[in-house]
Design a protein around this ligand. Structure first.
Ligand SMILES: [Fe+2]
Length: 325
């Protein structure tokens, strides 16, 4: 896990105002709720004393009491009273439930994982998508989120895994992908062609006008978009659940069709098509072991895997730089 990053963790509509939600992310149980101003609060789903789940706590007007030993907490999750100590004893400042900073926009909820003092900016999003309409699908994968990400950076699998859907032209010969990195944004250009038994793959420096090629973008730690055209995109958020599980939110974004009924129909068809393609990937990726990818691996990586190598390299840099306090 890369610490001190904004992660998309949930779609906004999944968290209702009236009902707290318990979810697992980053191998931890989290409890989310909305307050009267619709603001999202996120805390570790455990009392700081002996780790009793919040789901069995009494919450009345933000006066919160743990049922195990009667510790009470205020709205900021600081402990205000330890009954065993008596009312005359001050409570240590460190006695508080671990809470996480949240952010909400584009109908997603982000959590800053981990150190609240390290927050410097708002999360990155592909902001050009604000005037697109979309539909979302959610899928659970039995892999660490790094494997799910790498699958979407893999340009060699297309004519094999997707030969019955998006890649039917038998374009098995792959020019080496051009990969660029702008800060924490990874951009890679794809150029698969027919194998005429004479041509050899081009190296990145031999590819002219590569900016005109089909391209995809990934932004650390967990969002991606497939740049189908100026008006059609496939977006994905790869949400870490634990070391062997992830949730993928795929959104089909478009602004070709704008009439209310037709756009819903088009978005629905886009969503179903995306699900068919995603399930083709899932069938293969879930067989990869270990479930988590690593920079230090015995896999026989080839030059066409450059987007994956770049992902692993920078991921490792971020892990080394932002270790957990
Ligand atoms: Fe795929």
């Amino acid at each position: 896990m890369i610490y001190n990053q904004w992660y998309v963790i949930l779609e906004s509509k999944e968290l209702k105002k009236s009902k707290p939600l318990k979810i697992t992310r980053f191998s931890e149980n989290l409890s989310l709720r909305r307050d009267e101003n619709w603001k999202v609060w996120c805390v570790a789903d455990k009392c700081c004393h002996r780790w009793v789940s919040l789901s069995c706590w009494k919450v009345v007007d933000w006066e919160i009491q743990c049922p195990f030993h009667g510790f009470t907490f205020d709205k900021t999750w600081a402990c205000t009273h330890i009954p065993a100590n008596g009312k005359n004893t001050p409570v240590p400042k460190t006695m508080r439930v671990k809470s996480y900073k949240t952010f909400e926009d584009f109908w997603f909820i982000w959590v800053w994982w981990w150190d609240i003092d390290e927050i410097k900016e708002e999360p990155f999003f592909f902001k050009e998508l604000w005037d697109f309409s979309y539909s979302t699908l959610k899928d659970h994968w039995n892999v660490h989120y790094s494997r799910a990400i790498e699958n979407q950076l893999d340009v060699v699998h297309l004519p094999f895994v997707h030969k019955t859907t998006i890649w039917r032209w038998n374009k098995t010969l792959v020019n080496w992908p051009v990969v660029e990195r702008e800060g924490e944004l990874l951009i890679f250009y794809v150029n698969n062609i027919l194998d005429d038994w004479k041509t050899k793959p081009l190296k990145p420096e031999e590819i002219k006008n590569y900016k005109k090629l089909f391209h995809l973008q990934f932004h650390y730690p967990n969002i991606w978009q497939n740049f189908i055209s100026d008006k059609i995109r496939i977006f994905a958020a790869f949400v870490p659940v634990d070391e062997e599980n992830s949730i993928i939110y795929i959104r089909y974004y478009q602004k070709v069709v704008t009439s209310p009924f037709l756009k819903q129909l088009v978005n629905y068809i886009g969503k179903v098509s995306s699900l068919i393609i995603l399930r083709q990937d899932k069938r293969v990726v879930e067989t990869q072991l270990p479930k988590k990818s690593s920079l230090k691996s015995d896999e026989h990586i080839i030059m066409w895997d450059k987007p994956i190598v770049e992902y692993r390299l920078h991921r490792q840099e971020l892990i080394d730089k932002k270790t957990r306090n």
